[in-house]
Design a protein around this ligand. Structure first.
Ligand code: GLU
Length: 303
């Protein structure tokens, strides 16, 4: 565990083990690590393997080895979402008791055929099954989002944000028909369980934060602060990812890529890339972390 300190800052990095880390993931890991360490905070690691079909065997181990190689040492044990099913079920139970959960029999194909409006989180489900009172087993489970209409929060980098959740997002699935819990539910339950005070992650997740805050309020969980980092883009303007051709980080030359990540984050690292050893560079970066130097966020063109 960390040496503690007076601050109650707890940050985290929460990769999905769907492949090796790439430069975009390094930028997120470094940004959240520096924000935590510069505040004498803890930096926790959570492997987001809740969506089992997306998990690539061996990817979680590969991620841990890569983080270590880049000097990004986390505090405490790694939390695996695949071992948190009971906590997610318990949260669903509480939402059900509040009358906010209902079973939905609509298939993706049926919904695609309906020509539904799209919001920032995808198709806006118009609540077709809300009053059908279908049984909970054998169906997906949706959260009824009718009130409150507007969610507001202040992002530490992107400023004030506001969205009409009922109008722009609609009723979201929290458990799929195949039994898999939604990322949105898992992330909210786990951030609270890990005591996370500050979420620092990529700006592709800026808009899902509205839903996360709404879920946390319904579950009476503390609301964390947010800082959404600029995204690394692939040629063509889409977010860098395995699908858009991102290469895995090269564990043979961590110092150069770390330097590039700091440069990308606007931190003006000293010297030239690869000129300083990883540990030295990280120590410099913790001492000089200035979130106000982050470049402005530009949101990706959609896939
Ligand atoms: N697991 C998500 C991802 O790899 C990140 C979730 C989060 O930071 O809230 O994109």
């Amino acid at each position: 565990m960390s040496s503690g300190g007076t601050s109650a800052y707890i940050g985290r990095f929460a990769p999905t083990p769907s492949g090796p880390l790439h430069f975009g993931s390094l930028v997120t890991a470094v940004g959240s690590y520096l924000d935590a360490r510069a505040r004498q905070g803890q930096w926790l690691l959570r492997i987001e393997d809740v969506d089992r079909p997306r998990v690539v065997p061996g990817a979680a181990d590969d991620i841990l080895r890569t983080l270590e190689c880049f000097g990004l040492h986390w505090d405490g044990p790694v939390l695996f979402q695949s071992q948190r099913q009971e906590a997610y079920e318990e949260a669903l139970h509480r939402l059900r008791e509040q009358g906010r959960l209902y079973a939905c029999g609509c298939s993706r194909r049926q919904l695609n055929a309906l020509d539904l409006r799209r919001g920032p989180l995808g198709l806006i489900y118009p609540g077709l099954c809300r009053d059908r009172a279908l049984g909970f087993s054998g169906h997906s489970l949706r959260l009824r989002i009718d009130t409150p209409a507007r969610i507001r929060f202040e992002d530490r980098h992107c400023g004030p944000r506001e969205l009409d959740l009922a109008g722009e997002v609609g009723d979201v699935v929290l458990k799929r028909v195949d039994g898999i819990y939604a990322y949105h539910l898992a992330v909210v339950v786990d951030d609270a369980f890990q005591g996370v005070s500050d979420i620092v992650r990529g700006a592709d997740l800026l808009d899902v934060s509205f839903l996360h805050r709404h879920l946390a309020s319904l579950l009476r969980l503390p609301l964390p602060r947010y800082l959404h980092l600029p995204l690394v883009y692939a040629p063509g303007g889409r977010k860098l990812s395995k699908q858009t051709g991102a290469q895995p980080l090269d564990r043979a030359r961590p110092a150069a890529q770390l330097w590039q990540a700091l440069e990308f984050l606007g931190q003006q690292p000293p010297g030239k890339e690869g000129g300083m050893a990883v540990q030295e560079l990280l120590e410099w970066a913790i001492d000089h972390w200035q979130p106000q130097r982050l470049p402005a966020v530009q949101l990706p063109v959609s896939a």
